[in-house]
Design a protein around this ligand. Sequence first.
Ligand code: ASP
Length: 337
Amino acid sequence: MTARRDFIKKGVVGAAGLLAGCAGDVDAGNERSPSDASIDTLSATAKGPVILSTWNHGLAANARAWEVLLAKGSVLDAVEQGVMVTESDLGNRSVGLGGTPDRNGHTTLDACIQDHDGRCGSVAFLEHIEHPISVARAIMEKTPHVMLVGEGAQRWALENGFTRKDVVIPEVRTAYLEWLKTSQYKPIANVENHDTIGLIAIDEQGRMAGSCTTSGMGYKIHGRVGDSPIIGAGLFVDGEIGAACSTGTGELVIRTVGSHTVVELMRHGRSPAEACEEAVRRIMKFLPNPKDYQVGFLALRKDGAYGGFAIQPGFDFALRTAEGETLVKVASAWKPA
Ligand code: ASP
């Protein structure tokens, strides 16, 4: 797996020049105080299709999603097929079957998808299926429900065209056995033991959709479900307003129904970055030690404006527009002393 920081060093951020004035503004705004007046410089607007996704694994996902849009596929196909790339990457320890297991040694997967008209599907606590995002979409399209979980979800998937996949990755197994020696649950903010991919997009016609998929927090309690498969928490799309997604400590995002909050704030006039910042600050009201936590939001408005905000430095997002692709650093509320 390419470590996020290595990737940045390879100069992807340097490609920000492709998107003159956008990434640079976002970059320049990193680590701001609440009194900073230049909030709007953190939101940029792109013409035509726009795809945003969390972390550097988003670059490959965006590339696939962009291909789908270029081939005149629907935006729903694009957001699904984009994150399928991440799900299939067995080198990824936070998404798909290569993900870090829970404390019982099971890799359990959570995902959801939502379209322009608010239709949605979700799956949680799913094992042995390569593409939870496609299960989520199938639940949306073929059942009267929104969400299936656990064994029932797996059985339904197997009865509906998905195949079981058993994956054993020696490196993951060794790390798990090592973890068992202390069995301490101490997720470290910004370290690759938890990093969902959330992807939100708008096509040429102004139609929007979003997807979100993860193996969740490494070494979580067996049965734990985070924000990522919960519509309104890990993802929310309202075709009339915009879309948002999140990454980080899911419990914090669920408590504030984070992505829905971001979209509602945009509905009431906040820019994408302002909306993300407000959602982060609501979380921070009940955080004694922000330095121990990371939550990041991304938002995309119907007019192509986009932005993000995080609790602390280190969160970045992949951006694809007609002008090119880049990795953008996200502004944050807390900074190390
Ligand atoms: N939000 C995910 C969860 O809580 C993890 C992450 O994005 O880092 O499961």
